[in-house]
Design a protein around this ligand. Structure first.
Ligand SMILES: [Zn+2]
Length: 271
C-alpha cells in the first residue's frame, strides 16, 4: 500500500489530520492459521473475522517493565495468503496489521527498536464462539468431547480450531520476548516454565509484571472491576506459580469465551 493511502486510512482514526512526519507506521503479523503450541489454531474464516474486528484496536508494548506501557493503534488489516500449506494441508494465511504511533520524544527509542527489527512477538486477545475438535468435530464450547488436545488418535493429532470470533480486545507487542515478563506471550510463558528457579532479584519484577497482566486481563474480560478487585485481595497470598497459571488462563494469547467460567473456578480454588 502506498504511503499516501495508508495515511488517509490512518487519519480516519485521529482527531486532527496527521502528517507523514508526525506518525510512525509499521506492520505486524497478528496471528496465522497454523496450529500453535497449545494445539489450537484459528480457522481461515476467523482470520477474516479478526481482520474486521481488530481495526481500531489498541496494541500494548510491554517495552520496558519499569516504565509505562506505550500504545499503538491498528488502522488497517488484511489476510495474506502464502504459497504454501500449513500443517493440516490448508493454504497458509496470516493476519497482517498496519499500526501507527504518534511520534513523541518518549517513544523515539521504541520506534528505533522496531525499525531495527528487534525480534518481536505478538499475542492477540479475542473471544471465539466455537472451539471445534479436529477428531470428532464437536464444538467444545457447547459439549466436551473425550479427545485431548495434542494426543494422537489413529495417528492423527487432536487440535482445536477457534472459530466465530465475536470480539477483539487487544494485541500486545513484546520487543524482547526473552525478558522476565513471561506472561506476555504463550510461547515465552511455556519456555520459562521449564527453566526452573528464577533469580531472586527478578522475582519481584516478575510478580509485578504478572500482576499487572492479570489485572488488565480481568478488566478486559468482563468489563467490570469486580474480578479485578477480588484479585487485589488475594494476590499476595498466591505463589508466583499460581500467578503464572492464572495469567496463562487469562489474557495470554487467545481468550476463548469460556475462560470466564474457568477463571471463576480458579479464583474459588485460589481462595
Ligand atoms: Zn473430539
Amino acid at each position: 500500500m502506498e504511503q499516501k493511502e495508508l495515511l488517509e486510512k490512518l487519519n480516519k482514526f485521529t482527531r486532527r489530520e496527521l502528517t507523514e512526519d508526525e506518525v510512525y507506521i509499521f506492520t505486524v503479523t497478528l496471528c496465522d492459521n497454523e496450529i500453535d503450541r497449545d494445539n489450537e489454531c484459528f480457522s481461515r474464516k476467523s482470520l477474516e473475522e479478526m481482520a474486521e474486528k481488530f481495526i481500531g484496536v489498541t496494541g500494548i508494548f510491554d517495552h520496558d517493565p519499569k516504565g509505562g506501557n506505550q500504545t499503538a493503534r491498528l488502522f488497517c488489516t488484511e489476510v495474506v495468503e502464502e504459497d504454501r500449506e500449513n500443517s493440516v494441508g490448508e493454504k497458509y494465511a496470516y493476519l497482517k496489521g498496519y499500526a501507527y504511533m504518534v511520534r513523541t520524544s518518549s517513544n523515539a527509542d521504541l520506534i528505533s527498536e522496531i525499525d531495527g527489527g528487534i525480534k518481536k512477538e505478538i499475542s492477540v486477545s479475542c473471544s471465539a464462539e466455537k472451539q471445534v475438535c479436529s477428531i470428532c468435530g464437536a464444538d467444545r464450547r457447547v459439549k466436551a468431547c473425550r479427545h485431548v488436545k495434542g494426543r494422537k488418535y489413529d495417528g492423527k493429532k487432536c487440535f482445536v480450531t477457534l472459530d466465530g470470533i465475536s470480539d477483539a480486545y487487544e494485541w500486545s507487542f513484546v520487543a524482547v520476548p526473552a525478558q522476565v515478563c513471561a506472561g506476555v506471550t504463550k510461547k515465552s510463558m511455556e519456555d520459562t516454565a521449564d527453566e526452573g528457579e528464577i533469580p531472586e532479584q527478578d522475582e519481584q519484577e516478575k510478580r509485578a509484571e504478572l500482576e499487572s497482566k492479570i489485572r488488565r486481563a480481568l478488566m478486559l474480560k468482563d468489563g467490570s472491576k469486580k474480578a479485578a478487585e477480588l484479585f487485589e485481595n488475594v494476590k499476595d497470598m498466591l505463589e508466583i506459580s499460581e500467578l503464572e497459571e492464572l495469567g496463562k488462563n487469562l489474557a495470554v494469547g487467545k481468550t476463548p469465551k469460556n475462560f470466564a467460567d474457568d477463571n471463576s473456578a480458579y479464583m474459588m480454588r485460589g481462595l
